[in-house]
Structure formats: C-alpha cells, structure tokens
Design a protein around this ligand. Sequence first.
Ligand code: HEM
Length: 312
Amino acid sequence: MTIYAPTAVTAYADARAVLEEPRLVPEPAVVADAPGGSLAWLRATVARFTGDARVHARRRAHAMTALADLDPRELRQAAAGSAVGSDDRHTVVRVLAEALGMPGPDEVAEAVVAISAGYFGGELTPAQAKAADKAVASLLVWTAQAGGEADSEAAAQRIGVLVQACDATARLVENARRSAPDGPPPGGADALLAAVLRHDPPVTTLRRRAPADIRVGGLDLRAGQVALIDVVAAAPGTPADRSDPDSGEQDEQAHLAFGAGPHRCPGQAQALALAAGLLARDELAANVASALDYHAEAVGRFGASDDPEEQA
Ligand code: HEM
C-alpha cells in the first residue's frame, strides 16, 4: 500500500470542508486487545478519536450529558476563587471534578494530568505508562462513585471530558498571560481570550485521515492520507483565506480554535469560563500584591506610628 505524505491545509474553506466531512475521521487510537481500564482502552473508547459516525454520536451524547452538569458561570466563579500558585492544569481539573461531584478532586486532578501525557499519543516512559494506566483505572472507580455510572463507555466519556479540558484550557491561560503580562486590556478577559484563540490558540493542529480517495473542498486526498489543518493559518480573514474579504462573509466565520463539524469541541463555554476565572484570579492577586507593596512602602517612608490609638 502506498503511504502518502500528509497534506497541509491552510485555507479556511478547505479546513472547514475537511472538518465537516463525516467520512474524514480523526486518526484512530484503537489498539488490538487493549486491556479494559487502561490508557489504550480510554483512547480507543472516547468520542475524540472515534471515526464511525454512529458510534461517535453515541459517545458524544454521553460527553454532552456530563457537560450539562458543568454550568459555565459556576465554573468561572470557582476558578476565580482558586488558590494562586498551583499548576493551572490541576486547578482546571479540580474545579471540573468538584462540579461533577467526584470524590477527592485533588486525586482526580493528579490522575488526569498523568493521563494527559499520553492521551494524544505522545511517547511515555514505562513508569509514565504505568501511572497513566493506574490513573484510568482509579478514575473509572471515582466516576462510578460520583454518578453511579456503571456503563464503562459512558464513564470513559466523563474521563475524556476532564482530559480534553486539562492541557488545552491551561495553555489558553498561559498564552493569554504571555500576550497581556500586565493583565487583560480594557476589553477585559473575554476580549483577550477571543484574540488569543484567534492568533495564538492552544490547539494548533487538527488531523483527519481519508479512509478512501476523496475530494474535499479544493483538496484531493488519497486513501490513508492525513490532512493536517493549521489552525492559525486557516483562520478566517488571514491571507491564506480564499474567501472575498469584501463580501462581509468573514464576520460570520468562526476561527477554528475549537474545531468544527461533528467533533467540534463541546466544552467551549466551559473552557472560556475557566480561563476567564483564572485570569480574574490573577488580576485580583496582582492588585492585592501591589496594595501590600504600596502599604509597605508608605510605612517605610513615614515610619510606623508610636501612638497606640493608631495601631488598631
Ligand atoms: C481552551 C480550551 C479548549 C480548546 C482550545 C479545545 C479545543 C478542542 C478541539 C479543537 C477539539 C476537536 C478536535 C478535533 O476535531 O480533532 C476538541 C474536542 C473536544 N473537547 Fe475541547 N477544547 C478546550 C477545552 C475543553 C473543555 C474545557 C472541555 C470540557 C469541559 C472540552 C471537551 C472536549 C471534548 C469532549 C472533545 C471531543 C469531542 C468529539 O470528538 O466529539 N474541551 N476540543
């Protein structure tokens, strides 16, 4: 069988066509005889890597049920009130686990971070692989305790929701901090996040495999060939976008930071809420720190008063 080099997709119209074409599937993560409750089993069971449209719809519906319990306003508030100084990935998962009523949110967060290292197919050391398998098995138990989720396929989607949220949301916050080190500009956190998602998104490449020769948008893909979508280059309104800039059409075109089509991220509202909450927390912490600095400086300048009346 001929192996074709991946095709880079940098035009918005082509990227949308690829993502919206149900016959083009995410690269499968199925491993023969993956032991139940292992990382390989999780990857083979989550909606994220499922190609078959019928199976994907069933799995995605389970993920949507979990997401229905995650109210963005409450997540934003919880993230805004979280402790400064912890790993953002940990905080993101902790907040979600609490909202899902899972026992031991800190243990859940550690487990999800351990799984994240290999969830997208990255190479793991034997020790990391063992930790990831153990983490999946523990999460299955905790998921069952939280919602009485006896169906392991449904439980896998709950775990999938946590793992999908973990790195991407933390990276969005990191990119936003890098873009605005002194805190959000006048438009606030929401405007900052919108700009970061457009120009410096946390997920930069999306992949789809063609099961057979197929023409999609302006692309001819051969059987087995992978289309690699460059999320930044293929954003609407960039030079790579082939649509007419005067058509007014671009305002209605959404960037692809959350994907598009059947696998589009179902957690966008939750992601934005968590990220905005974390940025608000940073801002509050920075204001408190500068108020304390100001106070310390003032005390240094004028000296502490000896008058006991003023020391209360
Ligand atoms: C800034 C943060 C996030 C970004 C940029 C992001 C981006 C994405 C993208 C691009 C996909 C589609 C992948 C593809 O088509 O190949 C996806 C899928 C998914 N995301 Fe997100 N995501 C984020 C946060 C979240 C959060 C917070 C949740 C849940 C609370 C979540 C849940 C999911 C799930 C379950 C899928 C799989 C959907 C399916 O395959 O049907 N994501 N995400």
